[in-house]
Each structure stands twice: as structure tokens, then as C-alpha cells.
Write a protein of this length. Sequence first.
Length: 205
Amino acid sequence: MFFNSLENQLQHWQNTINIQPNNVNAYVHRGMVYFKLGKIAESIQDFDHAEKLDIQITPYLWQRGLSYYYAERFAEGAKQFEIDLTVNAQDVEETVWRYLCIARLSGVTEARNSLLPVKNDPRKIMKSIYDLFAGHCTTDDVLNVGKLAGLKGKFYSHLYLGLYYEAENKLELAQKYIVKAADEYKIDDYMWYLAVVHKQLRKWE
């Protein structure tokens, strides 16, 4: 059912593109569906095509940054998130994903040293996640804040703990938290699909 729904979405956006071949929004949405299906290269092609149709969307293509990460195009991912932060400077996720890209390129010390400041993300769980990546709190602190924020808080705390541990090359812990995020804390959010894709690409059970 999960994939049938995504396949239906894919067909919808394909039909839209057939009728409106210059519809920027349709390419972005089809790219997002490709990503949810684990088709990373296809997603990047659609995001790139959307950008060719309208260069002004470049700072809003955070989805492409995520796809770059899974395509192991880390330098391009870091650059995408830097550009994103010019229009969305208070989003913890943008700067954390930039950190994750830099960590894969140059190590966690370099990533932490170049972590960009974010002060006003309204989500408490995101403030806690930022503090973790900045070295200012513990993993237990993140889990405790997540518990208080309900299902979404539990999901995000587990996803980003998994990503944090993967950057630290602690793969058993990374697997534990990302699998739990994907399997136990399903939310209606692009990032939940990311957790599922991450699990599939790493062949984690």
C-alpha cells in the first residue's frame, strides 16, 4: 500500500509534466516522490531540471541537498544547505545537514568547527538537536526533550541521533536509532520517508 500510494503520486506528477512540461512545481514534487521511492539519481535530475526552469528556486531546494547526501555528493550537499540558509537562517535542519555533509568530507571536528549559528528555530527538539551537534548537550538530553514533544519529538530525536552517530562512525548506534525512527515513530513528513530510505540504502533491519 505504501509503495502503491507513492507510485500513484509519481504517475500524477508524470501526467502533469506531460501536459505542462515547464511546470517547475511538478518537477520538484516528482523529485520528492522519486526520493521517497529510494531513486536518488532520478530525484536529483528532477530538482536540477526544476532549477533550470527557474533559477530563483535554488535556495529553496533543500530536498536536493538531502538527495546529494545519499548520492555521496557531499560537497554539493554542503553548498546547497549553505545557500538554503540565506533564505531560512533559523532552520536547525539546514545547518545540521550541512554539518553531516562536511563530516563525511572532512571529519566531525571540521564539521563542528564550521557549524553555522541558528538561534530562533521555534521547535524545542530542534534546539536540543542543534546543541548536540554543537557539543553542548548529551544524547540523553535529546531523547528526554523528544519524549516531551510527543510522536514528532520522538521521531526527530531518534532520526538525528542516528545521523549523529553515523557521522561519528558508530554504526551500530546509528542503525539502532534510525531503524527505530523509521519503524516505531511514523509521521506524515518527508523526513520520515528519509529515515525509511536511509534504512533501505544501508540495508539495515
